[in-house]
Design a protein around this ligand. Sequence first.
Ligand SMILES: Nc1ncnc2c1ncn2[C@@H]1O[C@H](COP(=O)(O)OP(=O)(O)OP(=O)(O)O)[C@@H](O)[C@H]1O
Ligand SMILES: [Mg+2]
Length: 481
Amino acid sequence: MNDIEPGGARYMTQLFGEKNKSGLTRKLIEALFPMFEEASAGAIAVDREARITWINSSYLQLLGLKDPAGVIGRPVRQVIPETRMPEVVETGKPLLLDIMEYQQQQLVVTRLPYYDDSGNIVGAVAFVLYDDLQPLTPLVSKYRRLHQDLAAARKALARKARSTRYSLGDFVGASPGALEVKRRARLAAGREMAVLLLGETGTGKEVLAQAIHSVSTRAEKPFVGVNVAAIPDNLLEAEFFGVAPGAYTGADRKLREGKFQLANGGTLFLDEVGDMPLALQAKLLRALQEGEVEPLGSNTITSVDVRVIAATSRNLEAMIADGSFRSDLYYRLNVLEIPIPPLRERLADLGLLCETLLWDISEGLDMRAEITDAGVAALASYDWPGNIRELRNVLERALTMSEEGGMLDADAMFKVLPRVGARPASQIASRPVRPLAVTLAEAEAQAVEEALVASRGNRTKAARLLGISRSVLYEKLAKMS
Ligand SMILES: Nc1ncnc2c1ncn2[C@@H]1O[C@H](COP(=O)(O)OP(=O)(O)OP(=O)(O)O)[C@@H](O)[C@H]1O
Ligand SMILES: [Mg+2]
């Protein structure tokens, strides 16, 4: 089948055969093929082995070739490197529309397989529909616009996912202790300095970190939190600084950004910074001093601009004394220190806190929850090792158990205030039967709380008491709060 020129119609007859085509189909093909060939900027055919069997003169011209004899019989890839005709012959599937590069030109092409009378693939034909994208400009620019919109929407979504839930008003409290916290937070918001939040579990460190970010000049930029205690030590470096493509077996082929890169321009919240292994402390200090990070397995350094807010419930000064925390890092992080008092030291805020928390809790429920003065007084008799998170849990539990349309009095509170040791059997028996998952989740929350009480808020100890790892405990706490 070495027909070369010009031969569209003749070639078509050869391609599709005459025997099995009904008169009508043949007429249609006969009419279409020359029309396509004529209208297109070039046409070419290959055999089952993807060798060129025919090419028309306009395609030759487009390819910058003179002599058709020089290309007939050659593998099509040798002549047009980017062609996908071999794929069409291989799979039998047409590629109806594709953009193909040829020596810096972009060709819009269509490729169709063809069959012999018994239905076997014998080759493929291709037409160059356009030899420049000009006629497609409206389509291409619409596509580009859609693409840009999509990218922008994705970015906005990612920013939203990373942005903050809390602002300063969410740090509830009017006691002198709470007011001092807010004064310092406002001070921190107006400057770029590093902030260290110190407070027991559940005192609102996360609330405050987000609040500072959202009133700072970086509010429109990402807020990225990383809980050092919740991530296994061996993964921390990658989490912080990212991973270079192919840094280790199984690593992504693309650069994986670390929290530093993600927080670029915004705020990086280092939660539980006291749990950081010494080796990483050195690397963190360097990153903060130089404003540069080096992804794992790469030897290129990128500069980052992050504002750091760190938090811990541990006594960093004691840790410095026993050598488990670097003093130079401590001074770097602790430019402005905000100690957050535990709830037992600001019991004056109990009423206000209860009001806000109950409002928040009952928002999703179909009731209005309130607490009597006696109810608040009952809460003041407890010393709140789990602080405001625990207060919230206690109120939630009281509400679930109350029958009085959501008015909580002292009795309701005493029923649910944690007491170390088992609850009276009568109380358990009087509970209505509920789905197992609910009961189990509550029992788990109760166990976690009791462990925290017993360990006086020390989570490492609490995890040990519960026989679970610290990161599992964190997961459970995150689910509970
Ligand atoms: N001052 C506050 N006003 C209102 N709600 C608060 C306040 N402080 C904390 N909360 C609530 O208490 C819960 C725990 O707060 P947060 O997660 O900020 O504590 P944390 O100090 O980070 O605790 P942890 O050390 O356990 O991580 C959250 O549900 C938060 O909304
Ligand atoms: Mg926290």
